[in-house]
Every structure is written in C-alpha cells, then in structure tokens.
Design a binder for this molecule. Sequence first.
Ligand code: SAH
Ligand code: AVI
Length: 320
Amino acid sequence: MIIEDFMPDIGESSIREELLACLRSDPKTLPCMYFYDSHGSELFEEITRLEEYYPPKIEIPLLRTTALKLKQQIEDNDLVELGSGDCSKISVFLDEVPKEVRQTIVYYPVDVCRDSIERSACNLQNRYPEMKVHGITADFLEHIEKMPGKRKRLFCFFGSTIGNLTEARSIEFMKDLGKVMNKNDRLILGMDMVKDIGVIEKAYNDSQGITAEFNKNILKVANDHLKTNFDPEEFEHVAFFNRKDSRIEMHLKAKKDLEVTSTILDEKIIFKKGETIHTENSHKYTVDGIKKMAGAAGLSVENIFNDDKKWFSLVEMVKR
Ligand code: SAH
Ligand code: AVI
C-alpha cells in the first residue's frame, strides 16, 4: 500500500490567509473543507449513522445495484474516489465485485484529510489484500489534473459532496474533471435530490445534536490555525433550506456580542449578537439540473440509478 501527499507544501500561512479573508468578509464565511480535521471526519461518520440523515441509507443500496451492473466493465480499471472519507461507500461497491476482478484494480482514495486517508487506506488494504491501494492526500479542487491512473478510469464521487460546492464552483469543477477524463473513463456521481423540505431540514438538525457539533467543530479548526479563542458554545447551529438556491445552508450564529482574539494576529474578529458565519451549502438536485451540469462539463449521462422515491441518484457519466 502506498500513501502519497499532493499537499506537502501547503504552508500554514496560506491556510491562515484563506481563513482570515473569509472571516473578514461580510457576511462572514468559513470554507466547508475545514470541517474535516480528524475529529470532524469522525463526527461526519457519526452523522452518516443518524436516523435523520437519509442520504447514505439510500445511496448504499444504489451502490450495490450499480456495482452489479458495472462489475465486469471495471476489470483492469483504476478506481479514483474523490472525497473518499472512511471508504465505507467503496467497500459496499467492491463487495459486489468478484475477487478476480478486484485483483486487476488499483484503488486510489483521494481526500484532503490526512488521517482519513491513513486510516481508511490501511483498513481497505486489510479487507481486500488482493487489490492494490494507493492513497492520496489532495484537494480535489486544486489537484484534479494530477489525478493518477494510466489505464481506463472509474471516477467515483459519492455522498453528494459535489453539493457542497457553490453552483458556479461545481460547474467549474465538473468542467475540469471532464477535461481530465479520457474517452473510456467514466464517472459515478452521488447526488442528493430535491424532496420534501421537512425531510431535508431534519437531516441537518438531528435530535442528538451531532450535526451541530460537526458545524461548531470548524471553530476549533479555525482556533488551531489562527490561534484564536473562538468558544463554540457561544454560537448556535442554524440549518435551513434556501428554496431559491435549492440548498441547505449551515451557519453559526453568535449568541451575544463577541470579540475573538488571537495570540498571533493584531486584529480582533468582532461579532454582533445574531451575526452569522456561513459554513456550508448542500445543494439538492433535479434530473434537469444533473443533465445541464453534465452537458456543461462535456459529459453525457449514461444512467441514473434511483430509489423508488427518487430521493438520491447515482449518476453514471461518460465523456461525450
Ligand atoms: N464520500 C464519503 C465522505 C463524504 S464527507 C461518503 O460519502 O461518506 C466529504 C469528504 O470529502 C470528507 O472526507 C472530506 O475530507 C473530503 N473533502 C472535502 N472537501 C475536499 C476537497 N476540497 N478535496 C479533497 N477532499 C475533500
Ligand atoms: C459531505 N456532505 C455531502 C455532507 C452534506 O450532507 O452536505 C456534509 C454534512 N453537513 C451536514 N451534515 C452532513
């Protein structure tokens, strides 16, 4: 098993600059990529086990169906999974693939969270000793053109992580991915669909408060980088569906006027009571929207695998 790091040179100073620019902006934001330190990744895994968080409950059976359809076609493929997290999704997929086919595959999990890559690549290698595993720590927005694989590739992007990009950024990302893909490559994209708003809002406001904890964890990540004294308990978790943009928005709302200071910065970060930090968008899609996105990227939709209620889609795309 190999683990490669595409980001060894990303210095603390550029991370600090990015975080600070976001906290200076009006309204304040924090990039959702920073949810995923080691603890944040564990909290996300806990979210996936929550009753209210429906996406994995639907995506997992769809992955089995898709694997049964593709299992012969992926012989001698390089499997590149973007935002692989704990690799639980690809395991569901690979369980349906015969061992003789797995022997011919090289699997590349790609994630920005170093700990996730180390933990999951190792687990996966133990689970499938016959398959080559090559983990990569990378930012898929920055390093997409460096994605490995010399043979036919199957790109996987599960969990509707694409939905965490703004509409413009997701199209730009899809275009970049479309350029990187060769004629025989394919993509399987997990996409959460528009549905009853009550169901969606509950998924991001769970009764055990795990999503709130996940949201607030980003302040601890900001403290680690900026040496600030954000107290997560001084913020309230807010998540609601924005109909106009067809997305869940997560925010952190200051419970009172606050002055956040840092041991390494001259400036203070000032909050008025009720002021928010926008931490995440999670877009929900329609079939039309999916086709438009594929078209913009020079890809065409080969198959859409749905559940009966059409709550979640696994979309198979190929180069046009
Ligand atoms: N695919 C998994 C995990 C989804 S959570 C699943 O469906 O369960 C989103 C994952 O994407 C996290 O593991 C996070 O670390 C990773 N991620 C988020 N932004 C990223 C980026 N810009 N580059 C690489 N990985 C990213
Ligand atoms: C990873 N991503 C697709 C999740 C989502 O649903 O947008 C992250 C998440 N945020 C809150 N709960 C889960």
